[in-house]
Design a protein around this ligand. Structure first.
Ligand SMILES: Cc1ncc(C[n+]2csc(CCOP(=O)(O)OP(=O)(O)O)c2C)c(N)n1
Length: 764
């Protein structure tokens, strides 16, 4: 398929000037009176804004005193962990949250108490009675008002319990304040990696766009984050023309995300305005990413109504498919970066006084009084209610049960798989015939086996989407996915910018909201560009959320070793990812396994690093046309033997089989070849069974030997089968060096069948 837009890319060298257009700031001219008069807000909502800001202010001030030991009800409570309070920024969190619907999503930051409290309470207030009862199942409340009050208190309790690391916390004490999440209200997580949640939010919005659920993602992140690579990649990813323009096979609908910069003008201490950036207003960032500047504007973040107004307008545009949007919300944190930061090294008291004169809580409180929504006495009642609610919640949280130490690694993985596709995702739109995969004597290549797995899974489940660099018309650098675009359309198969971190990060967000993305990394070396998103995000969210969320995604990464591509295109890096708890890491060696394992990986609810070898792409094997799965975490004895075990994975398996042939031919040795297939989960049982039989073992991979997973396997054998061993377990890998380009050098660099034979002979 040649897309229409390609024919337009003809040279046009007419001189021109780019007008970057206008980015406006502080245009909101309303106040509470005008909002009430025009009916843009009702009295109850207006009061809730105040109550929520008070709740946040009060809760964070309480946490500060708890931390110092001076909070009397919890005197000397041992509160550990980080404390990044957002006092001063309440209007930003509450104003934005009040503009969102229950079905919407947020992501947040290390300074996210306010975002979490605001999102939770606004969402809870909009819940039905039935939904509220689910949050407080033991409630005996007779009225909705009472039920709501209990649900709000439970919300504060679960927040504080999480800060205190308790089992009752939102994330069962596994996440803490910097990773707090409540998936029941679409809070997809605060993030302790600055900028780490921005691609996740973008991916969630990509998912909302795909399923057209009308939801919007509000991505809170600090000004410091907007200097970070993955953040800029994500903004670019969200703004792609292919989502907003009519191009072949694509639906026109912009990604429904609001990039809401919580611009408190400082990173930890670095000044966004006049030091570490080259622009005076962060809203200008958006001008680099879309022709209409993503409708960016700077908003007075000390005014809850201004933030609410901007977020309402932004959300409305998003719902109409006019996203993404960019809001630079100017605000201020009163405390230091953390409680150990005295602030005086990088900002003046005068500056603080000037900002505090605009205090969002006090300013809005005055308006509420002026508009007579409440009088002084009523205000005092509200303040008392909030304070006492927080205090009760904190008291309960301090008394609550700690997690059971025996559960320390519980929730690292999920054991669920998508064996049943929900009815709404069973109906798949196929827009063209699937590519034909020809069999010769039942054989197809490893490449086609992977393609067939993708086709079958995309036919089976509409939640499976596939994207990566050059994967659409071009079919990927190795032509593995040629034809998928024409079969499933551009909403499900699309090219991405060259942004590995955004590719992997968006897949995390899309998975969090219920899709099952498969993404392609052209070379495994490029996974290092995405290491935060793979290792800190994909791998960790199931655990850090206390198992609230599963992150079912597959990252297909292809290893280029053996082609003379040199140090940055030839690395065998699966070991690195086995060191990251929470990820599955698999590496099939045959066409049969490639298909069956990719299908299993797509159905698994854990994030899977699926490693492929370009050396194997053209290797053929018998692959059934009918449905089959190869389970993850189950090794396979590729050849039986009695004298020595050769344990290998990936392209080292054919080498081990060759070595077994040679050992037989040269010395009459019967070698058993065990293909590990999955490194995580690791099937040691099959390995141990083999070693117990043979008494000798060589572990082989194409990775460099330093720190290789071969060491992990060897050490497990030594620990668990020492009595059966007749010789030390040896390891064979690449030389401890950098892959060279010269094919003469590369041939020496990579392990060969002869190296395996030599190692085997040395212990036979
Ligand atoms: C990737 C990364 N780099 C550095 C840090 C350490 N760090 C934590 S918060 C922070 C400042 C972040 O500034 P900003 O994004 O503006 O958010 P703010 O703290 O102002 O709310 C830094 C440098 C981190 N957590 N993650």
């Amino acid at each position: 398929m040649t897309p229409d837009y390609l024919s337009n890319l003809k040279p046009d060298l007419t001189p021109f000037e780019i007008d970057c257009g206008k980015v406006r700031g502080y245009t909101y001219g309303g106040d509470l009176r005008s909002e009430l008069d025009t009916g843009r807000i009702d009295r109850a909502t207006a009061l809730r804004l105040l109550e929520d800001m008070l709740m946040i202010r009060e809760m964070e001030e309480m946490i500060v005193t708890v931390r110092s030991g001076a909070y009397e009800p919890l005197a000397n409570y041992n509160y550990r962990g980080p404390t990044h309070v957002s006092v001063g920024q309440e209007a930003a969190s509450v104003g934005a949250a009040s503009a969102l619907l229950l079905k919407d999503y947020i992501t947040s930051t290390h300074r996210g108490h306010g975002d979490s409290l605001a999102r939770g309470s606004q969402a809870i207030r909009s819940m039905s009675e039935e939904q509220l009862r689910k949050r407080v199942p033991h409630s005996k409340a007779a009225s909705r008002e009472q039920l709501l009050e209990e649900a709000l208190e439970e919300h504060v309790y679960r927040m504080i319990a999480e800060l205190f690391g308790k089992e009752d916390g939102y994330c069962k004490g596994r996440g803490g304040g910097m990773h707090i999440a409540d998936f029941t209200v679409g809070h997809l997580g605060a993030n302790a990696i600055v900028g780490g949640s921005v691609p996740i939010a973008t991916g969630a919005a990509l998912g909302c766009r795909y399923v057209r659920n009308g939801a919007v993602v509000c991505c809170f992140a600090g000004d410091g984050a907007y200097a970070n690579g993955v953040v800029l990649e994500s903004v670019n990813f969200a703004a792609q023309y292919q989502f907003t323009n009519e191009i072949a096979g694509a639906h026109r609908f912009g990604i429904p995300i609001i990039f809401l910069v919580l611009n408190n003008h400082y990173g930890m201490s670095g000044r966004a305005d006049s030091e570490v950036n080259g622009i005076s207003h962060l809203a200008r960032r958006a001008a680099g990413f879309s022709d209409h500047n993503m409708y960016a504007e700077t908003v007075n973040g000390m005014d809850v109504l201004a933030v609410r107004d901007a977020t309402l307008r932004a959300a409305e545009k998003c719902r109409k498919g006019e996203g993404p949007m960019f809001l630079d919300v100017s605000t201020y944190r009163y405390y230091g970066h953390s409680l150990s930061d005295p602030r005086n090294e990088y900002r003046t008291r005068e500056e603080e006084v000037a900002w505090k004169a605009l205090d969002p809580v006090e300013t809005y409180k005055r308006q509420v009084l002026e508009c007579e929504l409440v009088d002084e006495a009523g205000l005092a009642v509200m303040q008392k209610r909030v304070k006492e609610r927080n205090a009760r919640a904190a008291g309960r949280a301090a008394e609550a049960a700690d997690p059971d130490p025996k559960d320390v690694i519980k929730y690292m993985y999920t054991d669920t798989v998508a064996d049943v596709v929900p009815p709404q995702f069973q109906k798949v739109e196929v827009i063209g015939p699937a590519p034909v995969i020809k069999r010769t004597n039942g054989e197809i290549t490893y490449r086609d086996a992977l393609k067939e797995a993708l086709i079958e899974e995309m036919r089976r489940d509409r939640r499976v989407i596939f994207y990566g660099e050059d994967v659409a018309e071009y079919g990927g650098a190795f032509k593995l996915t040629k034809g998928l675009l024409e079969t499933f359309g551009r909403d499900r198969v699309f090219n991405t910018p060259i942004s590995e971190a955004a590719i992997c990060g968006t897949s995390v967000g899309a998975a969090m909201i219920g899709l099952r993305p498969v993404v392609e990394l052209m070379y495994m070396d490029f996974a290092l560009m995405a290491s935060d998103q793979i290792s800190n995000q994909a791998a960790k969210w199931h655990y850090m959320s206390g198992a609230q969320v599963e992150v079912p995604l597959v990252i297909r990464a292809s290893v280029g070793a053996g082609k003379g591509y040199g140090g940055q295109h030839s690395q065998t890096l699966e070991t690195m990812f086995t060191h990251i708890p929470g990820l599955y890491v698999v590496y099939p060696a045959t066409a049969y396994d490639a298909k069956g394992m990719l299908k299993s990986a797509i159905r698994d609810n854990n994030p899977v690093m699926f490693v492929e070898s370009q050396l194997l792409y053209n290797v053929k094997g018998v692959v059934p046309e009918e449905e089959y799965l190869v389970p993850l975490g189950v090794a396979d004895v590729k050849r039986e033997g009695t004298d020595i075990s050769l344990v290998a994975w990936g392209p080292a398996v054919p080498d081990a089989l060759k070595a077994a042939d040679k050992l037989k031919a040269e010395s009459g040795v019967s070698a058993e070849v065990v293909d590990l297939r999955s490194l995580v989960p690791l099937d040691m049982e099959t390995v141990l069974r083999s070693v117990q039989k043979t008494g000798r073992c060589v572990v082989v991979s194409q990775a460099v030997n330093i720190g290789s997973f071969t060491g992990e396997v060897a050490s497990n054998i030594q620990a668990e089968a020492f009595d059966y061993l007749d010789a030390p377990v040896l390891r064979v890998g690449a030389k401890n060096g950098i892959a060279p380009q010269s094919h003469i050098l590369e041939a020496v660099f990579l392990p060969t069948a002869d190296d395996i034979v030599a190692a085997a002979k040395s212990i036979l």
